[in-house]
Design a binder for this molecule. Sequence first.
Ligand SMILES: [Zn+2]
Length: 278
Amino acid sequence: MPELPELQAHAERLEEDFGGRIVAGFRPITFTVLKTFRPDPSEAVGSPLGPVRRRGKHLLLGAGSLTFVVHLMQGGRLVPDEKQSAKPRNGIARWTFEEGPALLLTEPGTERKAGVWVVDGDPLDQEPLAGLGPDADALDADGWAAVLSGRTGRLHGVLRDQRAVAGIGRRLANEICHRARISPFASAAKLDRAQVEALADAADACIAESLAEERGRDHMATSAERSGAVHHHVGDPCPVCGDTVRSVEYRAYTVAYCPTCQTGGKVLADNTTSKFLK
Ligand SMILES: [Zn+2]
């Protein structure tokens, strides 16, 4: 799933390509894509698009007093749509403008998880954004200490919990834990101050590197195109110490880590016993 850096660069590209264009219409193409009944999206007609922003893993497309909040989930994308055919391939919603190409929200296959919320007024105070934790790129060490304190979960799970901290998914959780040299299964609330500072530095570095990489592209990178030390590198040598990158497999994701860098050399249980580590 795209994370904070990919979505931030995506928002910047959208702002550049579509910002200021006058909205001519919005049409949900599937039944499930529009998550709100009110306000009527047609209230955006006649307003210039913008600003285009990001909050957590959501894109925010302003238009007058309305904001279209878009969650791409796994495979959703916002792409220029020159043809504007009646049944666009993988198309689930479309914004049209008085001039130029439309903007098409696509989602491949039958996932049907991506969504659009239309909100009036400040979108940050409303669903689906109201309950999000602070953005991961806005936290210093004290901010991270506040995010982690009182959390009962393991670090990797807390990092991916959007209500604790917003914008981090499976890849960044793996990479940040590795960069900070902390076990992904450490109790989040029990990190000492040095570890919290290492975590803050690691998050900054991982996000900044990914954002720089993503800003150099003209499209959102696929999961395999994103670089990393441990994510998608299970079985490879750790680029820091040379030990073999290991994993703990769950049904929906893989926790990848380096034993030497992160767990004092200890190889954690594999999927057959991983339920004990949750
Ligand atoms: Zn290592």
